[in-house]
Design a protein around this ligand. Structure first.
Ligand code: PRT
Ligand code: MG
Length: 208
């Protein structure tokens, strides 16, 4: 049995066509049922539906053989323990700094609100900027508005969320897309099954 970890939401939606090309179609719809393990049209493949940030953990421990996770999540998790053989080029966005539209560009020590603590630390250190990082779990956009932070580090797609809160994107930290990750032991033990799925994903991507 090959177990693939996927998060509900945009990654799931954008992964479905890729999976379908590999003959993997979930039998249940995770939006309509509460099942966390989804059987598929392939008897030898099942999906586990988990939080986006948990995907690297499931794959690292071998609870899932493969997974689909955003590069943002992988950077923050530290992905040395996983193979990352394929950029699936889905759920694309940008990891950026953002600040109030009227705020001056930062000088000296700054406070940054984000859920990407390690990635932000690495980024500001690389820029030679002294940053105090404040960990939040959501609604980062609020932090500059209420004086909790000078700026935020968050994902930006259309920019509408920033705009709606009088913020603007400032510096690009990284272009983000979702990656296929594979457990290192599974890569050896289930090589044939994994290689064939990888192959089919690659062929589909090449056609896009
Ligand atoms: O929602 P949950 O708490 O379960 O977890 P999650 O937010 O990590 O999951 P989900 O499904 O929202 O995102 C999963 C992955 O999708 C992320 O890890 C990214 O790799 C990718 N992705 C792509 C995005 C976006 N685009 C995105 N725009 N994830 C989040 N956003 C959010 C962003 O954080 C901000 O709040 O959308 C808002 C900005 O969008 P715009 O269009 O207004 O700029
Ligand atoms: Mg979300």
């Amino acid at each position: 049995m090959l177990t693939i970890a996927v998060s509900k939401g945009r990654i799931y939606e954008e992964a479905l066509p890729l999976l379908a090309e590999a003959g993997i179609m979930p039998v249940d719809d995770p939006k309509k049922c509460r099942k966390l393990i989804l059987r598929t049209t392939r008897d030898d493949v099942q999906l586990v539906i988990i939080r986006a940030t948990d995907v690297p953990t499931f794959v690292e421990y071998g609870a899932a053989d493969m997974g689909i996770a955003g590069k943002d999540v992988l950077l923050e998790h530290g992905a040395e323990s996983l193979y990352e053989p394929l950029d699936l080029k889905i759920a694309c966005c940008k990891l950026m700094t953002a600040a109030h539209k009227d705020a001056p560009s930062h000088r000296g020590r700054i406070r940054v609100a984000t859920k990407y603590v390690k990635t932000a630390q690495r980024y500001f250190a690389g820029q030679g900027i002294q940053a105090e990082i404040i960990k939040l779990y959501g609604s980062m956009e609020l932090a500059p508005l209420v004086g909790l932070a000078d700026c935020i580090v968050d994902l930006v797609d259309t920019g509408n969320t920033l705009k709606a809160n009088d913020l603007e994107p400032r510096e690009l930290i990284m272009n983000i897309s979702s990656r296929l990750v594979v457990n290192k032991a599974a890569m050896k033990m289930k090589n044939q099954a994994i290689a064939s799925v990888l192959d089919q994903f690659e062929q589909t991507l090449a056609k896009r």
